[in-house]
Design a protein around this ligand. Structure first.
Ligand code: CO8
Length: 261
């Protein structure tokens, strides 16, 4: 397990990495060393050409019950500001160019919900409980929750969740589009995420990277610039070998053998 204490990293299928948060006694509360290990595992998967997609999950009881409250309780403003507390969290998504699927079972609260929402695709099982309970602790979401939850489920629902600290059930998460799919059991959820990652890994990794990049641009750009950006990247892919391989295989009724070139 590459010397990790708080996570388990494995390769369940060719091209697919699975990271499991593993701090069961604290319901996977996200202490600093856990985040450091997660960061380093993600960085090593990003750098590894044999990995094409990553699944991140927790346990059946908890994806993650939030940032480590015991670690944060005595933190001062000066220390938080000076050391840019949780800055390394936002890094988790900005450097990751490979698709990340988060598979949520049990509690995904506070920083746990924020981490789940960093996934490019979110899945959950019926057991999942989402929420931003920071208001109950005298604070607010600090790792993107107010922004990502609002984009995902709309202002009124996000405002209600963040101002009351009320949980969001798996059923609501499915109906509101916070997650792409709600599975019956935790095992089905993790297996479903691995199957999706395997499918993604079976395509041209040049096209996969471009697809993630253009979808993500929609979060930052207006529709007109977004569509223009998409078209430029689309044009660019005519310069790839895999576009010739993919379209050629279709015309010849063959299976494409990608070169990732
Ligand atoms: N931090 C530290 N320890 C925790 C956390 C946490 N967030 N959540 C649970 N634990 C620990 C408990 O203290 C307990 O430890 P011990 O056995 O030593 O007392 C153990 O996990 C089991 O928890 P419970 O006994 O409470 O289990 P229950 O089944 O009774 O309850 C709950 C489960 C409902 C999930 C409950 O544990 C709970 O409410 N947890 C806190 C949830 C929460 O408020 N999360 C938000 C934290 S704030 C946050 O995330 C801010 C994000 C800011 C940006 C990110 C910064 C890094």
């Amino acid at each position: 397990n590459e010397g990790y204490q708080y996570i388990i990293s494995s390769t369940p299928k060719p091209g697919v990495a699975l990271i499991q948060l593993n701090r069961p006694k604290a319901l996977n509360a996200l202490c600093t060393p856990l985040i450091q290990e997660l960061n380093s595992a993600l960085r090593s998967h990003q750098a590894n050409p044999s990995i094409s997609a990553i699944v991140l999950t927790g346990s059946e009881r908890a994806f993650a019950a939030g940032a480590d409250i015991k670690e944060m309780k005595d933190l001062t403003f000066s220390a938080a500001y000076r050391d840019d507390f949780i800055e390394s969290w936002s890094d988790l998504v900005s450097f990751l160019k490979k698709p990340l699927i988060t598979a949520v079972n049990g509690y995904a609260l506070g920083g746990g919900c924020e981490l789940a929402m960093m996934g490019d695709i979110m899945y959950c099982s019926q057991s999942a409980v989402f929420g931003q309970p920071e208001i109950k602790l005298g604070t607010i979401p600090g790792a993107g929750g107010s922004q990502r939850l609002t984009k995902a489920i709309g202002k009124s629902r996000a405002m209600e969740a963040i101002l009351t600290g009320n949980n969001i059930s798996a059923k609501q998460a499915g109906e509101w589009g916070l997650v792409a799919k709600v599975f019956e059991t935790p095992q089905e959820c993790v297996d479903g995420a691995i199957a999706t990652a395997e499918k993604i890994a079976s395509y041209s990794q040049v096209a996969v990277k471009a697809a993630k990049e253009v979808v993500n641009k929609s979060q930052d750009l207006g529709i007109r610039e977004g569509v223009e950006f998409e078209r430029r990247v689309f044009h660019g892919l005519f310069g790839s070998q895999d576009q010739k391989i993919g379209m050629g295989a279709f015309a010849e009724k063959k299976k494409a053998e990608w070169k990732n070139e």
